[in-house]
Design a protein around this ligand. Structure first.
Ligand code: AGV
Ligand code: CA
Length: 315
């Protein structure tokens, strides 16, 4: 068993990441922080608590709400899906929520959970890096207690996914939300594995994978995934700015099952100003990063199935 702390930002693939991470036999989940970045904070926290209640195998966990704020806010249309997710009947059948909310904001909960853990903690982050950047400022001693950071964010190929004015199209959204936070985290010696857009582009949400989950909806966790991914647009005829990928799920699954991906060692940095603010890029003077490059798609989707089935059978 090893310690893992998850910090997510409440969109569909973030919530599915939480669901799946709790099924990995080797993971001791010490905490969950939630940022209202690609979501709204209240339903994101609420849905997280209910997912832990239903699929957490009676873990005693508490969810920490973040008070971090954006430099660049996510589009409202994307953030709204969290309200629907939290309202799914499957999450509300019990009518009561047991998993509590911590009294500390997420970045201080992160400090507390890392400092009080036996040994080191692996961080899995599926949204902006703001909570970690703030945690490092509040308690620099956490740096050496973090085993490594697995982050979904950035891209090294200059093909961004932000379609907003005053930026140049090279930037990924989690980095764009708070570019300075990426800079702060990159300045540490924490080992980083990065899942950027070059790898997540290989695993779009498709009608075929939806159909696959529909056939397996007798498993409660796969039913929930299917419902969740019904809220967001798949890759149908061609890629649009709203096309959905399994970004965070890849990050989370790859953090525990390295065999499903290929990686390469790169040196990276990030811009914090100008039209490229939030752009991650390779440079000989950059910090070391393990960049995920290729995904074994079949192995990835099989692993997702396996984990989700485990959630259902043991529940
Ligand atoms: O840039 C990918 C990140 C991931 O952490 N998020 C979604 C994932 O949770 C932002 C995002 C980019 N495009 C989106 C996003 C879209 N079409 N809908 C919702 N979120
Ligand atoms: Ca996310």
């Amino acid at each position: 068993m090893h310690n893992v702390y998850l910090d997510h930002d409440g969109n569909v693939d973030d919530l599915v990441s939480l669901l799946l991470l709790m099924q990995v036999p080797d993971v001791k989940l010490t905490g969950v922080g939630v940022v209202g970045a690609d979501s709204y904070l209240e339903p994101a926290v609420s849905a997280s608590r209910k997912i832990i209640d239903l699929f957490g195998h009676d873990r005693s966990l508490a969810v920490a709400a973040s008070d971090s704020r954006p430099v660049n806010q996510f589009p409202k249309a994307w953030r709204l899906s969290t309200f629907s997710f939290d309202a799914f009947p499957i999450l509300n059948e019990r009518g009561v929520v047991k998993t509590p909310v911590t009294d500390k904001p997420a970045h201080l909960d992160m400090v507390e959970k890392i400092m009080s853990a036996d040994g080191k903690t692996s961080l899995v982050m599926t949204g902006p890096l703001t909570d970690l950047a703030r945690a490092l400022k509040a308690e620099p001693a956490i740096e050496t207690k973090i085993d490594r950071l697995c982050w979904m964010g950035g891209t090294m190929d200059d093909r961004g996914n932000v379609a907003e004015p005053e930026q140049d199209g090279t930037v990924e959204w989690n980095a764009y939300w708070d570019p300075e936070a990426v800079k702060t985290v990159f300045a540490t010696a924490i080992p980083i594995q990065m899942v950027g857009l070059e790898s997540t582009r290989q695993i779009p949400l498709t009608p075929a994978i939806r159909q696959h989950w529909a056939k397996l909806r007798r498993y409660a966790a796969i039913d929930l995934m299917g419902q969740g991914y019904a809220l967001v647009p798949p890759l149908e005829h061609f890629e649009t700015n709203s096309t959905y990928y399994l970004w965070d799920v890849l990050n989370t699954v790859a953090s525990e099952y390295p065999d499903i991906v290929s990686t390469k060692q790169v040196q990276g940095d990030v811009l914090t100003t100008g039209p490229g603010a939030g752009r991650t890029f390779e440079t000989a003077t950059g910090r070391p990063i393990t960049l995920v490059t290729e995904v074994d798609q079949q192995a990835f989707f099989d692993q997702v199935d396996d984990l989700a089935k485990r959630a259902s059978t043991l529940n």
